[in-house]
Design a protein around this ligand. Structure first.
Ligand SMILES: NC(=O)c1ccc[n+]([C@@H]2O[C@H](COP(=O)([O-])OP(=O)(O)OC[C@H]3O[C@@H](n4cnc5c(N)ncnc54)[C@H](O)[C@@H]3O)[C@@H](O)[C@H]2O)c1
Length: 440
């Protein structure tokens, strides 16, 4: 375990070259040749909730070794060193500046599980350093960041997967097979919804000093300076635009992704995006993103509809989150736990055969990780390529931008502009100096 003094020494030394690019790892776009028995050496950036959930499923594989951890909270790092030691008998190296972790030549793969505003910089630097990447969803906190990450992965020839683990789910593959074979006829509407208590934010509390263990300036990173508040910090940053996009980017990417999977994986931009919502249920809470929202993405011949209600834990079809594919001959209703097919037509003359409720018995996250490791070795595309993660995240951001501008939005992807000047301002965040938006 590192002492607080040593932790800040690492931090201060690294801080001498904080401008992204200065002190960034050397460019290395070579692909290592793995044999089936070779170990894949992993470093984790962002070690708290999902970071640890990911790492556990990585080190559960015999061909994975955890080399290093990076977090800006020393308390989280200390805990994780103990956890990794408990599971592997080995202590990983620790850093509070991800660039030091990327400098380690022996690391093959990095997992990025920082808050959404902190995905883009480490991702682009990891591409330049020749690492393969498991990056959490949503790919990034803006459309411009998603675009630059897609370019970086291609330019440096990296194997990347995005943490949309449904893509590895055996039940979802079955559902996609039914949809593609026309079992429920043409699907002209796909509804996705996510109702969760945490989408309400929490009752306001005064700003305070950050915990002693935290390098708060580095936690803010490229986001604007704001006083510390525990309701905008670990786990709760999601409902603040500078760090996340609320339930639509948090859960929406998982579910919109299932709709996009059915409709073909390449990003197609909707003809229009309209949204309506706001902070309607919890105006006294620490929250900037809508607690109540509807979005309609109109693709010309089908509608993709999103709905969320923060603070509510029930929903359509008795599921607090899910997807319904509405076809001419029937509907398929699904979430991670269960799915079923409900036919159209009279009960004695159904237009297609009913499928009673099916239960998902697989751990799709473990499969997602294993398939990514296999892709790193084979250099083939994993289940959720960066293109897929990019499409889901960009679609979710379009919905949020429509909600924030209250405009009937159209987006021109050639010129990267909206039909609305306020929307154009939301395309790319202003990075706080000395952080610089990546370019190459
Ligand atoms: N795939 C899924 O099902 C799933 C589930 C939950 C979360 N997520 C995603 O995982 C990511 C993390 O979410 P979380 O709930 O674990 O958040 P969290 O707040 O619990 O943890 C984030 C960690 O990142 C650390 N961090 C912040 N800036 C850092 C930096 N510059 N360098 C290193 N560490 C830094 C924080 O100190 C914290 O320990 C988010 O993108 C989220 O959307 C995905």
């Amino acid at each position: 375990m590192i002492s607080r003094r040593k932790f800040y020494k690492i931090s201060t030394l690294a801080g001498m070259g904080v401008v992204a690019g200065i002190g960034a790892p050397a460019v290395n776009s070579q692909a290592k040749n793995f044999s089936a028995n070779d170990k894949i050496r992993v470093g984790l950036i962002g070690c708290r909730s999902m970071g640890w959930a990911n790492l556990k499923d990585f080190i559960g594989n015999p061909d994975v070794e955890c080399i290093a951890l990076c977090d800006v909270d020393k308390a989280v790092l200390d805990e994780r060193v103990k956890d990794v030691f408990g599971k592997t008998g080995k202590k990983p190296l620790v850093f509070n500046d991800y660039r030091k972790l990327l400098d380690l030549k022996e690391i093959d793969v990095v997992i990025i599980a920082t808050p959404d505003h902190w995905h883009c910089l480490p991702f682009v630097d990891a591409c330049k350093a020749g690492k393969d990447i498991y990056v959490e969803k949503p790919l990034a906190n803006s459309i411009a960041e998603c675009n630059i990450m897609l370019q970086a992965a291609k330019k440096y020839n990296r194997i990347v997967t995005v943490g949309q683990q449904q893509r590895s789910g055996i039940e979802w593959v079955k559902i996609m097979g039914l949809l593609k074979s026309g079992t429920i006829g043409e699907v002209n509407r796909i509804n996705c919804w996510g109702n969760f208590n945490y989408g309400a934010g929490r009752p306001r509390v005064p700003n305070s000093d950050p915990p002693q263990s935290v390098d708060y300036d580095r936690w803010l990173g490229p986001a604007p300076i704001r006083p510390f508040n525990e309701n905008r910090f670990h786990g709760f940053w999601r409902m603040n635009w500078d760090y996340g996009g609320g339930l639509l980017t948090d859960w929406g990417v998982h579910l919109l992704d299932m709709a996009l999977w059915d409709k073909g994986d390449t990003l197609k931009f909707p003809e229009t995006v309209t949204a309506s919502g706001g902070i309607m249920r919890f105006p006294g809470n620490e929250i900037q993103t809508p607690d109540t929202l509807n979005v309609v993405f109109n693709y010309g011949d089908w509608l993709l509809c999103w709905e969320h209600n923060g603070g509510i834990q029930t929903g359509p079809w008795n599921r607090n989150y899910g997807v319904s594919f509405v076809g001419a001959k029937g509907s398929i209703i699904a979430n991670r736990e269960t799915w079923e097919l409900i036919p159209e037509g009279k009960s004695d003359k159904p237009l297609t055969e009913a499928i009673p409720q099916q239960t998902n018995k697989q751990n799709e996250h473990q499969l997602h990780v294993r398939h990514f490791l296999d892709a790193v070795k084979s250099r083939k595309q994993p289940d959720c390529s960066i293109e897929i993660g990019h499409a889901a995240a960009v679609t979710a951001h379009l919905g949020n931008i429509a909600a924030r501008t209250r405009a009937v939005l159209t987006y021109d992807n050639i010129n990267k502009t909206f039909n609305n000047p306020e929307a154009n301002k939301l395309f790319r965040p202003e990075y706080r100096l000395p952080y610089i938006f990546p370019t190459f």
